[in-house]
Structures are given as structure tokens and as C-alpha cells.
Write a protein that binds this ligand. Sequence first.
Ligand SMILES: Nc1ncnc2c1ncn2[C@@H]1O[C@H](COP(=O)(O)OP(=O)(O)OP(=O)(O)O)[C@@H](O)[C@H]1O
Ligand SMILES: [Mg+2]
Length: 394
Amino acid sequence: MFGISTDITEQKNLENKILAQKHFLDTILDNVDAFIFMKDKNRVFRYVNSKVAELFQLPADEIIGKVDTDIIPKEVADSFWESDLEVLTKLEKISTEEYFEDENTKRYYWSVKIPYTLEDNTPTVLGFSSDITLLKQQEDELKAKDRILYHQAKISTMGEMIENIAHQWRQPLTLISSAATGTKLKNEMQILDNEELIENMENINNQAQYLSNTIEDFRSFFLSDNYNIKKVNIKNSIEKTSTLIKDAFSDLNINFVINIEEEIYFKCNENLFIQSLINILNNAKDALKEINELDYDKYVFLDLISDENNYIIKITDNGYGIKDENLEKIFDPYFTTKHKSQGTGIGLYMTYQIIIKHIKTEIEVKNVEFEYKDKTYKGACFSIVIPKSNITFK
Ligand SMILES: Nc1ncnc2c1ncn2[C@@H]1O[C@H](COP(=O)(O)OP(=O)(O)OP(=O)(O)O)[C@@H](O)[C@H]1O
Ligand SMILES: [Mg+2]
């Protein structure tokens, strides 16, 4: 018998050391809060850590060795591959935003991808991604809030206020000035009798009173705070809404037909409630403004109706309605079909937020065809649905 023995202690030690290091690395890779993967130029996964396995809902060793399209839907895989390929061709590190969507959620990732060459010279891309969905949501919410604030600030600016007031002041101002000049003229011609003088002065005073009231309406609307929740008489709120917009409507020959019989109350912030109605009414006005047909009678109806469980505020116009393909989008922020200078697309988004989140009721929209005074019309119909359980009668 002849034997040769070699001392492999050192080799063994080295092996153990490597194993320990690999274990150390695996522990880190599997516990770090990031998705780590490695892919080669054939789109085959060479490595995934346990977070990736969890995300794709497969054990890691069933993913490794497979092509990405076998694991995830092709469109998603293709979109990931776009930046992977860029790394492989340019051999440069890139950072990019990606998303992954399944049936119910869409998640965003911030990914850093670097070129990495394996021992056998296979070029691969090594990626690290972290989930930034929450950040994205917060960012979007902040953006939306900012825009709303901006819009609220915009509508409360002096410019618009003055425009609205100007509508309402034109007529009384004309009356005041003609009463004053008429009185003066008659006095100069010495044909002014006492009775007429008093009548004219009273007239001027009445008009001035009216001016003072309208400015008060605007002042209280624009200046009152948004947190004040109290029991609100729906009929009153709608009358206030009407005073704020009626002159702008009549300038465009729009008939505003209000039909409310019952006096009902519900708790809300009246100002926001009025704002949400104004946004709907302004859109009806915008739609009707576009109609140039001669002799077309323009209408906006506001009705309060009820069914078994709800009271419903219905606002219907005869402005031909909303394109069917847009019906789903009109409550989205920034959705508008108007020219940039005319619409930001925030009006109905704001209304929706107020009705759903603040007043906690529902809003629905549909196109309707209806008859009025023997004519058939088409238009949009918005319904604010308030459950009877939220309503009181005094
Ligand atoms: N009564 C309506 N008739 C026809 N289209 C409407 C009506 N109401 C809303 N729309 C459509 O819905 C879109 C979104 O309305 P929204 O009030 O959110 O934005 P906007 O009016 O375009 O702009 P903003 O209100 O911010 O000035 C409008 O651009 C319009 O296309
Ligand atoms: Mg609008």
C-alpha cells in the first residue's frame, strides 16, 4: 500500500471562511429593506434576494435561472428590461423610477442598477430597488392639496370678487345715478316737487341698501373659515348660492330655475357646500355659453327631490351634456376639456372632495334627455345624494 497525504488544513480553513462570508452576505442581502436582483443579457435571473421572491410570490430558487417574462407579466418585464439593457450596453450605473402593478395595487420603486461581471465573464446587471409608493402617494397628495389651496386662493382674490360684484352692481348703480341726475336736472329747471324729491331719495337709499347687502354676501362667503360646521338649511344655502351667481347667469341669458319645497337641514360647512354647488353651476354656465344657436332657451334646473332613503339635490342643464368617454374622468384632478386660460380641471375634483370627504355624501353624474315646455333637451345632470338619516327638519 502506498499513500500520499497532503495537508489541506489551510484549504479547509479558507473554504470555511468563504462559506462564513457567503452566509454573512446572504443574511445581509435577505434582510436588507431592498429588492436585489441580478440579470444577464438573456434576461435570465442570476440572483434574487428573498424580498424579490416575496414580491413575485415564488421561492427564490424557482426564479433564479428563469427568464423574466416567465415570472412577471410581459409588459412589466419589458419596462424593467428597458433600463436593464441600458446598463448592459452603456456599462454605466443608472438610477430610475419603476413601478409594478398587480390586480389591486400599483407600487413604485426607486432603482439603482449597475453593471457587474461574473467570474466567468458573463456581463450582468445588478439592481437594488426600494419601495417608494408611500412617498409617491404623499407627494401626490401634497401636490393636489397645493393646487386646491392655490385654486381657493385664486377664487377668493379681489379680481374675481370685483368681477362678481360688478355684475350685481351695474343695475343699481345706473338707477342711483339716473335718480340723482334726474333730481338735479329737475331742480335746475325748477320743476322738482317735494314729493318727487323724497321718492327719488328713498329710491337711492334702497338701491344703496341693496349694494351694501350684496357686498356683505360676498364678504361673508369669501372670508368665513372652512372649519365651521353647523346645521344648515339647504334651501337657504341654495338661495345664497343663487345670489352669488344669478347675475352672471342672466348676463348670458341663462334661466336658473330653482324648485325646492321642503325645508330640510343637515350638518356641514355651509361655505364648502356652497362652493361645491357653485363649481357645478359654473360648469353648466360654461357649457351653455358655448351654444350659439339663435333662440335656444338656456336652462339650469336645481331641484330637491327625495326617494325612499335619500334627499337628492339635482342640478341639470341643457348644454348637451358630457362626452360619454369623459364621464369617468371629470372628477379627476386637472381633467379639463377647456382651454388653459378657461379651466384648470380642479372645479369638480374640489366638489367631489367636499361632497365625499367633508359632507360625507355621494355625488353622481349622468347625461340626460328631458322635456321642458314642449321641447326636448340634452344635458348633464349632477345629483348630490344625502341619506335621510343625515337630515333633520329643524
Ligand atoms: N355641465 C357640464 N356640461 C358639459 N361638460 C361638463 C359639465 N360639467 C363638467 N363638464 C366637463 O368636465 C370637465 C371638468 O370640469 P371641472 O369643473 O373639474 O374643470 P374645468 O371646468 O374644466 O376647470 P375649472 O373648474 O378648474 O376652472 C370640464 O372641462 C368639462 O369638459
Ligand atoms: Mg369647472
